[in-house]
Design a binder for this molecule. Sequence first.
Ligand code: SF4
Length: 723
Amino acid sequence: PAQAAGGEKWVKSVCRYCGTGCGLYIGVRDGKVFAVKGDKENHNQGFLCLKGFLLPQILTAPTRCLYPMIRKDGKLVRATWDEAMSLVAARFKEAIEKYGPDSVAFYGSGQGLTEETYVANKLFKAGIRTNNVDGNPRLCMASAVGGYVTTYGKDEPMGCYEDIDHADVFLLVGSNTAECHPILFQRIVRRKEKAPGTKVIVLDPRRTPTARIADLHISFKPGTDLAILNAMAYVLVQEGLIDEEFIKNHVTFGEGTEANKSFEDYKAFLAQYTPEKAAEIAGCKAEDIVTAARWFGEKGKASMSMWTMGLNQRTKGVWANNLVHNLHLITGKIGTPGSTPFSLTGQPNACGGVRDGGALSHLLPYGRLIANEAHRKEMEKLWGVPEGTLKPKPGPSTVEMFQKIEAGEIKCVYIMCTNPGQSLPNVGRYRKALQREDVFVVVAEAFHPTRTTELADVVLPAAAWAEKEGVYGCSERRYQLLEQAIPPSGESRPDFEILCDLGRRLGLGHLVPFKTPTDVWNEILTICKGTVYDFSGMTRERLRQAHGILWPAPTADHPGTKRRYVKGEDPFVPADWPHRIKFYGRPDSRAVVWMRPFKGPEEAPDADYPMYYTTGRVIEHWHTGTMTRTCKELVHANAEAVAEMHPADAAKLGVKTGDKVKISSRRGSEVFKVKVTDTSRENLVFVHMHDDQHLCNLITIDALDPISKQPEFKICGVKVDKA
Ligand code: SF4
């Protein structure tokens, strides 16, 4: 904290929004936050995007949730903390006693602080003894996790943001970086300006603002990028743009779930993906695929791929991720400055708190798995609970959890810091589930009303960003401390305190005896020790001083690791390892090039629902809009979700910008105003996800990727009628 004249102080923190994790300082005057400014010593070099810049407004939004509420006679009415917590504890106890521990569940968020998520995970898995613990990262990043784990054996990217400054070629696939990760996009633009000749390839059905800086934009039929990525690999192999030495030393080939194939098998597999064939499947030009492959594979150039929801939110999301990794592995463009695959994260702490912290239904902290007996035993010892406490069967993934609520199997759910009443796919179905009379819904939230608090039986007011302290971990494995700048508003309390209170009331206080977030962090340091995440050198004091540290950082003097798996950088690669890289996440230390055939989406357009429907983000808003839609400038800039339609589609329907259309799928319908724009591809309608009054997810499909269990938000079939 820097003390300035006139009683002002500037408190070091991190942006509350996207997974870029921009460092900032919060300006406090007379006990109130009056401004933020970018941290020049952090990776964002002092820059913030519009949303980050306007963050102070959310703290005093008229929708701040300031006191506990209990539903009485159908209405949420003010209650004391003791009344609310007594009721929550009583209902949870009753359900556990009557129906067993799996009748309750926790649904968390990539926006909770690491300490909060850790407490919830421990309380539910080791205390209550249920693996009904999942979170919204399942909706956005699960396929990226699946891609990393199947390819390298361990989750999380190996590269870092600094790679952007060294890349000669960017492959942006399924990522509208300009709108969703604007500060990273700006860094790409700066690289392009500084290094003429830098190429940007964008693979996206829509001509987004990202595509507008592209040297090559390939628009394709939604869901067909698997064919394009395989065809790029075909060209790389055919034209000798591969690194045979790297393949020999670091790569193995696989099909299905077995990594037992040869390079010859892979070549035979690729033969079905000539550029011509892929272009026919995808509805793009074969020569563009060839150009993209040649640029990506050019010898001596550094290539960086970036992706996010366009690849992940798919029923073939893990496969699509695998195919991007393949391009790096066959060319050896990995683990050197500017050459890396790099997934971008949507939320500020999806990586740190939920993925790394193991707060999903199949995970335990820091790379350990529920289904692995040795991992369970290790965690039981670390958590000081009797052997056999942790259940061996993974719990349900997010959508499956809400299906269990729908079926009446889960009777009580505790939802923290997220808004499933708006953000789930096919949300109408799950909104009904949450309204079952025999289901008790607790929502800990900083804002009310939301489309989830309106369904709650109890609303617990949570302290917001700037009102509490804790750690966020962003897309590049950077852990950063958010210092508390001001006290919690109204009667709100930090989530970790609420959870510890619940633990005590359930008779499990001994498991969550924490007084401060630092107490929790100190325990976390002992849990990560000895794993490949090992950041036990990141003491609280060190994090206070630093502008983020990239794990692993196993000792107090370790500077952090920019590039994982790389000798001389990653502390887990022995100095005498004979190669420059070691994929130690897999038993043979080799990464897998998977043969993943093209398969279309779960629900392609047909005669009844003839158009593609896709959802996504815009630069002005974030997630379900509970925060950004309280900022008047952002609402002024983008007031509501509209249906973006190609001029040819609009002409066929006889609508113009401002007219209304009803979009219907097999699951539901919603009315939107039209925006006619050539951003959209013909026969594709796009709606953003941030509007609580026009729910894009009444229409989306809840089909899941079988590996990651991530839903296919990005593609379904719809019909569009003039409203
Ligand atoms: Fe915040 Fe993301 Fe904008 Fe950075 S890019 S200021 S993290 S919203």
